[in-house]
Design a binder for this molecule. Structure first.
Ligand code: PLP
Length: 367
């Protein structure tokens, strides 16, 4: 029987394939008995695996390992930063761009949502204006790179503006590792969030990095794990796999070869269908993400037909309902209806070969 996974996978931003070293590390960890909070030898051994993973994740972004709190993923890490800052009183207001991931946007009142330019980049003047409008300290949430378009945000500038007002910055960097330089000290953000399954690790694990050591209240209380910030027995195999994936990232090799692949791919798309439009192409962008509209063919129809032809892609962000919904990101960029309704996202990674993208172009151009 044909293997259902023997297809061309171009949906890395939803979940990237688990790396072989990660499978090995997770398998080894599953074979170790013990609770990392136990003080006996079994517990201490398992604790050392968690600590080692913490070091690897910290090294990935040049952060202090003690700044890292492991969570169940990017969603929980975002929630912990936002609710934790509100809970501790560090801030009383949450500001964020209109293109944030729903796990952030859900916490940002409409009046405090900051618009983006047609290229998908935060309107810094609007941010300045919003911060000037009130003395309340805010958590300013701006993602490093958008999951649908790959557009990279000017986090250093955002941090400068927020800090001038005494406010803090949460940078959701879930989509960045391996594709863009991500150094905690250079970004200037006070919090950074990460997710294991976007970088070749397992699903269900992520991290909140409290770079500036701001007081954060726990959202879940109980056994007081993770320095009392995130109670619950640690997901040891997941954390170990996340650490292994972080260790495996070699930014320079990966980003450069992805960039070459992306420009060859986008040239081929536009050559095959000159009426197509690539969103956010003029600004800085992740080298693995292409969001393209094909006027006249709906997003849903493209996703389904390409699926039948053996290609797994998406129509924007992965939505839990499995439905194709209109992209709030493209809408925020002011993309016109026809293009909005015909956009798809192709995202790839270091395992992707040119011949896979080439055959995708042929199938897509024939739609
Ligand atoms: N933030 C961004 C930018 C994402 O793309 C995602 C996942 O798609 C998340 C947060 C949520 O991460 P997780 O799936 O680990 O909860």
């Amino acid at each position: 029987m044909a293997d259902p996974f023997d297809r061309i996978y171009l949906d890395f931003n939803a979940t990237a394939p688990v790396l072989p070293d990660v499978v090995q590390a997770v398998t080894n960890a599953l074979g170790k008995t013990g609770n990392p909070s136990s003080i006996h030898r079994h517990g201490r051994l398992v604790r050392s695996l968690v600590d080692e993973a913490r070091e690897h994740v910290a090294q990935l972004i040049n952060a202090d390992p003690t700044a890292i709190t492991f969570t169940s993923g990017g969603t929980e890490a975002n929630a912990l930063a936002i609710l934790g800052c509100l809970g501790s009183g560090a801030v009383t207001r949450v500001i964020g761009t209109t293109i944030e991931h729903p796990s952030v946007l859900a916490h940002v009142p409409e009046r405090d949502q900051i618009g983006v330019t047609p290229e998908g980049i935060i309107d810094l003047e609007a941010l300045e204006h919003a911060l000037n409008a009130s003395d309340r300290l805010a958590l300013v949430c701006v993602m490093f790179a958008n999951n649908e378009t790959g557009v990279i945000q000017p986090i250093e500038a955002v941090s400068d503006i927020a800090h001038q007002h005494g406010s803090f910055v949460l940078c959701d960097a879930v989509q960045a590792p391996g594709k863009a330089a991500l150094q905690a000290d250079i970004l200037g953000a006070d919090f950074i969030t990460l997710s294991g399954h976007k970088i070749g690790g397992p699903q269900g694990v992520g991290a909140l990095v409290n770079v500036a050591g701001i007081e954060v209240s726990p959202v879940m209380t109980g056994g007081g794990q993770e320095r009392r910030l995130r109670s619950g027995t640690e997901n040891v195999p997941g954390i170990v796999g996340f650490g292994e994936a972080a260790k495996n990232i070699n930014l320079h090799d990966e980003a450069d070869s992805l960039r070459d692949l992306q420009s060859q791919f986008e040239n081929a798309l536009l050559e095959a269908r000159p009426e197509a439009q690539i969103h956010g192409h003029a600004g800085p962008r992740l080298p693995n993400t292409t969001c393209v509209s094909l006027p006249g063919v709906s997003s849903q129809s493209q996703v389904i037909k390409l699926d039948l032809s053996g290609f797994s892609i998406s129509a924007g962000s992965a939505c839990s309902s499995g439905k194709v919904e209109r992209s709030h990101v493209l809408e925020a960029m002011g993309v016109e209806q026809e293009l909005l309704n015909s956009a798809i996202r192709i995202s790839f990674g270091r395992q992707t070969r040119w011949d896979e993208l080439d055959s995708f172009v042929a199938a897509w151009a024939a739609l």
